[in-house]
Design a binder for this molecule. Structure first.
Ligand SMILES: [Mn+2]
Length: 343
């Protein structure tokens, strides 16, 4: 049972009863002590959306903590946490068995949401999925939206609550990052909420974070990516070898995709006992959510959007990672030959 508080959160007056924002208010009236869990290795969108929700729940009279599994590997993301004072618990935090968890920027059933032995009661996400839906107390899934931050921004706007500057700034960073500065999977709703947020953000800090996404130490991996790059038709492939940093793998994939000759990009890296995959596509005939699932079928897991996806393939004991990588690469390029025979 959700913890009952003597001061039950109330929906602000004048809120239309049929919006998702008011449904979220009703949910917070029932569950006013929540754990907000992002997908593993949270990116700026996941962190910002969780932060925006935690502040909103608090404004509605409830309370929430943010937790995640994996690590936050980007220096700029770490800095965003400290400057905006985002209260995120370290990866070692473990919710208790009575905790009520809301998953944000991912789905409860995703493999990239490591489960805690607690009660999963809600999900807010913008990724498409083929997983069956489980029963939850609250669900807001908008696969056509470019970011989870956009959904959370709309809650603030639609509830008519004064959004703190740090929350607006974080949401604007998350929205920009996931939509590649409003150029990827961007819905008109993302633009509309961005225009609303933009009036309330710290513009200097927003610009600083968005323009300083990489560090000098990353350049060696750019170098590896460029050296290892193979291009067949419009399919690109790069192998970064050892790199335990899914965010950087994706950033480098985005960079290579900006080459005119490349329309689809697979970037690989080895991390601990797994091969990590990051996929990007700007060719509508090659949706990488389908390609990623085809590549990892029976040997790993994957998912994402038409234009961005990620996956992992564990290296079985005694197996040579080189042969696993070869299998992944062969499957990837076979997508070209088979046309769109992805099932
Ligand atoms: Mn996202």
């Amino acid at each position: 049972m959700p913890r009952q508080s003597s001061t039950r959160p109330q929906a602000p007056e004048g809120v239309s009863r049929n919006t998702k924002a008011s449904a979220f208010c009703s949910f917070v009236q029932r569950y006013n002590d929540l754990v907000l869990q992002t997908h593993d290795y949270p990116d700026p969108d996941a962190i910002a959306a969780a932060y925006g929700l935690a502040a909103l729940i608090s404004a509605l009279g409830g309370q929430a903590v943010i937790c995640y599994t994996g690590s936050i590997t980007r220096a700029i993301t770490q800095e965003m946490l400290s400057i905006l004072r985002i209260p995120i618990l370290p990866a070692v935090c473990r919710p208790g068995k009575d905790s009520a968890i809301l998953v944000v920027d991912g789905r409860i059933q995703n493999t990239n949401v490591t489960k805690f032995p607690a009660k999963y009661v809600a999900e807010i996400d913008h990724h498409p999925t083929k997983n069956a839906q489980i029963r939850v107390a609250f669900r807001d899934v908008r696969p056509h939206y470019g970011s989870a931050s956009s959904i959370v921004g709309e809650y603030w706007r639609d509830l008519g609550l004064p959004i703190p500057r740090s929350v607006a700034t974080a949401l604007a960073i998350g929205l920009n990052t996931d939509t590649q500065r409003l150029m990827r999977e961007t819905h008109i709703a993302d633009i509309e909420i961005y225009s609303w947020l933009f009036k309330k953000v710290d513009r200097t800090y927003l610009q600083y974070v968005l323009n300083n996404n990489i560090e000098r130490a990353d350049f060696q991996y750019y170098s590896r990516a460029i050296t290892s790059l193979i291009v067949r038709e419009n399919f690109g492939l790069a192998d970064l070898e050892e790199l335990d940093n899914p965010a950087l793998i994706a950033i480098i994939g985005d960079f290579l995709l900006t080459a005119k000759e490349i329309g689809v990009m697979l970037t690989l890296a080895l991390s601990e006992n797994k091969v990590m995959l990051s996929l990007r596509s700007e060719d509508p005939e090659y949706p990488v959510n389908d390609i990623s699932m085809f590549i990892t079928q029976g040997i790993g897991s994957a998912g994402g959007h038409r234009s961005m996806a990620a996956g992992t393939c564990p290296i079985p004991e005694g197996t040579d990672p080189v042969s696993l990588k070869k299998q992944i690469i062969d499957r990837y390029f076979s997508c070209l030959k088979t046309g769109y025979g992805l099932s």
